[in-house]
Design a protein around this ligand. Structure first.
Ligand code: NAD
Length: 260
C-alpha cells in the first residue's frame, strides 16, 4: 500500500473527482478526511469508504471561510494525529461571456478556487512542517491551467493561478520535505461537467451532443472523457512520491487534449 498510515485531507471530496481520490487513497492505506460544504454527503462518502474497510471521516468545511478551514483542519489533526497530504480540490464552474460575467460571480469563482487553495494550504503547512515527515500538497488544476476556453474567464484565471501557488509552496516547503504539484485533468463526467453541457449548448446555440463532441472532447486524441480513476491514479502518484525531486510540477491527464 502506497499511503499506509498517511493522513489526507481532500476538499470537495463528497462528490466527483475528490470522492474518487478519497476512495483510491483509502484503498492505499491512508486515513482520509472528506472535507466538503455538504456535511451529510461528506459523512455518507466517509461511511461508504469505512464499509469497504477504509478509514475516513466527514468534515464540514467551506474552503472560502478561514475559520471553517482552520477548524476543519484542527479536527482532522485531532482525529488522525496529523496531516501528511492535502488535496485542494473543491471547485465549481460558472460560464458566461466576459461582458456578461457579474463581478459577484467572478469573485465567487476566485474565492473557491484560489482563496480555498490558499487557506487550506496555510492551515495544513504548519502541521506538515512540525511533523518531521514532510508532506504533499496537490492542487486540482485543469487543462484550463494551461489553455483557455471561451466563457470561462475566472475558471481559466484561477486554474492558471494554482500553478503559481504550487511553485511557491514547492520552494518554501522544500526544506521541510513538503512537495507541491498540480493535476490538470481534461473533461471528467462529474456533476460539475453534467451541469455545463446544457449551459454551454444554450450559450453557444448548439446541441448538447455537439458540446461534447465539438467543444469538450474536440482536441483529444480519441474523443474520450478522462475518468475518475485516471485522475485518482495521477494524484496518488504525486501523493506517494517520496522526495523533493518531484515538486512544483503540473501533470496533464486529458487524452492528449493539451500536450506540453
Ligand atoms: P463536483 O461538483 O462533482 O464536486 C465538487 C465538490 O466540491 C462538491 O462536493 C461540492 O460540495 C464541493 N464544494 C463546492 N464548493 C465548496 C466550498 N466552498 N467548500 C468546500 N467544498 C465545496 O465537481 P468535480 O468535477 O469533481 O470537480 C472537482 C475539481 O476538479 C474542481 O476543482 C474542478 O474545477 C476540477 N476539475 C474538474 C474537471 C471535470 O471535468 N469534472 C476537469 C478539470 C478539473
Amino acid at each position: 500500500m502506497k499511503l499506509q498510515d498517511k493522513s489526507a485531507i481532500i476538499t470537495g471530496a463528497a462528490s466527483g473527482i475528490g470522492k474518487g481520490i478519497a476512495q483510491t487513497f483509502a484503498r492505499e492505506g491512508a486515513k482520509v478526511a472528506i472535507a466538503d460544504l455538504n456535511l451529510d454527503s461528506a459523512n455518507a462518502t466517509a461511511a461508504e469508504i469505512c464499509a469497504h474497510g477504509g478509514k475516513a471521516i466527514g468534515v464540514a468545511m467551506d474552503v472560502t471561510n478561514e475559520e471553517a478551514v482552520n477548524a476543519g483542519v484542527s479536527a482532522v489533526v485531532e482525529a488522525f494525529g496529523g496531516v501528511d497530504i492535502l488535496v485542494s480540490n473543491a471547485g465549481i464552474q460558472i460560464v458566461h461571456p466576459l461582458e456578461d460575467f457579474s463581478y459577484a460571480d467572478w469573485k465567487k469563482m476566485l474565492a473557491i478556487h484560489l482563496d480555498g487553495a490558499f487557506l487550506t494550504t496555510k492551515a495544513c503547512l504548519p502541521y506538515m512542517y512540525k511533523s518531521g515527515r514532510g508532506g504533499s500538497v496537490i492542487y486540482m488544476g485543469s487543462v484550463h491551467s494551461k489553455e483557455a476556453s471561451m466563457l470561462k474567464a475566472p475558471y481559466v484565471t484561477a486554474k492558471h493561478g494554482l500553478i503559481g501557488l504550487a511553485k511557491v509552496v514547492a520552494k518554501e516547503g522544500a526544506k521541510y520535505g513538503v512537495h507541491a504539484n498540480v493535476i490538470c485533468p481534461g473533461f471528467v463526467r462529474t456533476p460539475l461537467v453534467d451541469k455545463q453541457i446544457p449551459e454551454q449548448a444554450l450559450a453557444l446555440g448548439i446541441s448538447e451532443a455537439e458540446v461534447i463532441k465539438n467543444v469538450m472532447l474536440k482536441e483529444t486524441v480519441d474523443g474520450e472523457f478522462t475518468t475518475l480513476e485516471d485522475v485518482a491514479e495521477a494524484t496518488l502518484f504525486f501523493a506517494a512520491f517520496p522526495s523533493n525531486a518531484l515538486t512544483g510540477q503540473s501533470l496533464v491527464v486529458s487524452h492528449g487534449w493539451f500536450m506540453e
